[in-house]
Design a protein around this ligand. Structure first.
Ligand SMILES: NC(=O)c1ccc[n+]([C@@H]2O[C@H](COP(=O)([O-])OP(=O)(O)OC[C@H]3O[C@@H](n4cnc5c(N)ncnc54)[C@H](O)[C@@H]3O)[C@@H](O)[C@H]2O)c1
Length: 495
């Protein structure tokens, strides 16, 4: 796979405009994908999925004439799947000038990336990137001709936002101390980022300060990315406005829940081909993703055990009939362990050593640090790669465990992520957020989707499922104190 990528790079480099090289922090490439010949397969899949994405198709119809994103440079850092291809083409239809990278080294569908590259949209993504390649791709997506940055960002997990903020911070340090700080990071990915930023700094010591004033805002897709943004709001380090897409009801209560309810099993089964019925599955975390994951496993006939730190979520799990236990107490009972917390060090090396023979370990939360993969790799366990994204580790005592997708999101690493329909609800929110940012150019801070638009996203998708919505009478609306046309719930309602 690497060879094909490198060959591809060589071909593309020879076509690129060498006059850019001197001025830009990076050589601007038209695209980097695994194999452009996959474009036809990608296009066929896009055509099929468009029918399952009514929200995006309706937004295209509604806005493609007025083009509210015309004149805006837009960077995306979000899993480069078939559904994302349809999001990209919607953003382009609305007028945006788009550059795109994936937000995970394993989540790209190469046929989707090829189909997008074929339309001459710069996309930098393939399944199985190294960490260095991944961050180089993010920088490519963030760098437009003339060494300019984006006006708008679609982020998933916050990596594009992080690169900009870290670069900006490094320039501040240099401007103050007249030297760059030593790299003190010990985590491989952090070292890669630090090295990349030093390379950028060498080419242009003011690059990030130059591009930040033109950034109108970012719309963030997922829980973990929103948590990162919230920390920046709290410590007043956020450099531009952020739109919280995740917390729209039609995102987190659908994608995180119903999306994972189907795609978790898809990832586990495609990777291991295991029979789920009768197995004991331990789901760590019972938030939206945990609820979907637990329901999914239960529906296959698994015995599901939940671990939680939040008493409310733990009580919810107990009242759904799930056994609620501490992870330490069920290590020898579980056949499959799934982390869904968005937190770190949930499954440690010590835990994995104590699991029963042939246990399967995977994560569906955004980052791989939910499982101590680095510690596992550094341990005396022998690693055998059975196939890409399926590794078997044999401990000294002969006990074996399987790790899926190297601890990265199992549904995107071992399968193709959520199905199109639920991504239509998520991505409709993304498009509305981008239009909001472009039209309102709000002040730096965090913004939510108004409830009325959230309801509108749901309404569009209801039609597709042949569902009939009851209409309130004026008298009924007055009685419960709402407008007949909505919004029907207060902002704080939790669904
Ligand atoms: N793979 C996907 O397709 C996908 C989709 C949506 C979200 N996500 C990601 O999944 C993760 C979870 O998202 P969410 O929306 O469910 O978040 P959430 O906040 O609703 O749920 C996380 C839950 O984990 C619990 N938790 C935290 N630390 C714990 C610990 N040490 N042990 C047990 N439980 C613990 C929290 O109390 C919370 O209830 C995030 O990283 C998010 O970005 C992934």
């Amino acid at each position: 796979m690497r060879t094909e990528t490198l060959q591809n790079k060589r071909v593309i480099k020879s076509k690129s405009n060498s006059s850019n090289i001197k001025n830009s922090v990076v050589e601007i490439l038209p695209h980097l994908v695994k194999d452009i010949k996959l474009a036809k397969l990608g296009r066929d899949k896009i055509d099929i999925s468009e029918r399952e994405m009514p929200g995006l198709m309706l937004l295209r119809k509604k806005y493609s004439r007025t083009k509210p994103l015309k004149g805006f440079k837009l960077t995306g850092s979000l899993h480069m799947t078939i559904e994302t291809a349809i999001l990209i083409e919607t953003l382009k239809d609305l007028g945006a000038d788009v550059r795109w990278a994936s937000c995970n080294i394993f989540s790209t569908q190469d046929e989707a990336a090829a189909a997008i590259a074929k339309t001459k949209t710069p996309v930098f993504a393939w399944k199985g990137e190294t960490l260095k390649e991944y961050w180089d791709c993010t920088l490519q997506a963030l760098t437009f001709n003339g060494n300019e940055g984006p006006n708008l960002i679609v982020d998933d997990g916050g990596d594009a936002t992080l690169l900009i903020h870290k670069g900006y911070e490094l320039e501040n340090y240099f401007n103050k101390k007249k030297k760059l700080p030593k790299i003190t990071a010990t985590i491989e990915e952090e070292i890669v980022i630090e090295k990349l930023l030093r390379k950028v700094h060498k080419r242009n010591p003011n690059h990030w300060h130059n591009i930040v004033p033109d950034i109108i805002g970012v719309s963030e897709e997922t829980t973990t990315g929103v948590a990162r943004l919230q920390q920046m709001v709290d410590d007043a380090s956020l450099l531009f406005p952020a739109f919280n897409v995740n917390d729209a009801a039609t995102k987190s209560k659908f994608d995180n829940l119903y999306g994972c309810r189907e795609s978790l099993a898809d990832g586990i089964k495609r990777s291991t081909e295991i029979m789920l019925a009768g197995k004991t599955v331990v789901v760590c975390g019972y938030g939206d993703v945990g609820k979907g994951s637990a329901q999914s496993m239960k529906s296959y006939g698994c015995k599901v055990i939940v671990t939680e730190i939040d008493p409310i979520c733990a009580l919810q799990a107990a009242m759904e009939g799930f056994e609620v236990r501490k992870l330490e107490d069920v290590l020898e009972r579980g056949n499959i362990f799934v982390t869904t917390t968005g937190n770190k060090d949930i499954i440690t090396l010590k835990h994995m050593r104590k699991m029963k023979d042939q246990a399967i370990v995977c994560n569906i939360g955004h980052f791989d640090n939910e499982i101590q993969v680095d510690a596992l790799n550094a341990s005396n366990a022998k690693r055998d790669t059975i196939k890409p994204q399926l590794d078997r580790y044999t401990f000294k005592n002969g006990k074996q465990i399987f790790l899926l997708a190297e601890g990265r999101l199992v549904n995107l690493g071992c399968a193709t992520g959520h199905a199109s329909f639920v991504m239509s609800t998520s991505f409709s929110n993304q498009v509305l957020a981008q239009i909001f940012l472009a039209q309102n150019k709000p002040a730096t801070g965090m913004y939510d989707l108004p409830r009325k638009l959230d309801e509108e996203v749901a309404r569009i998708h209801l039609q597709h499922l042949d569902a009939d919505l009851t209409r309130l009478s004026k008298e009924q609306a007055d009685y419960i104190g709402v407008n007949v046309n909505g919004p029907f719930k207060k902002d704080e309602y939790r669904y």
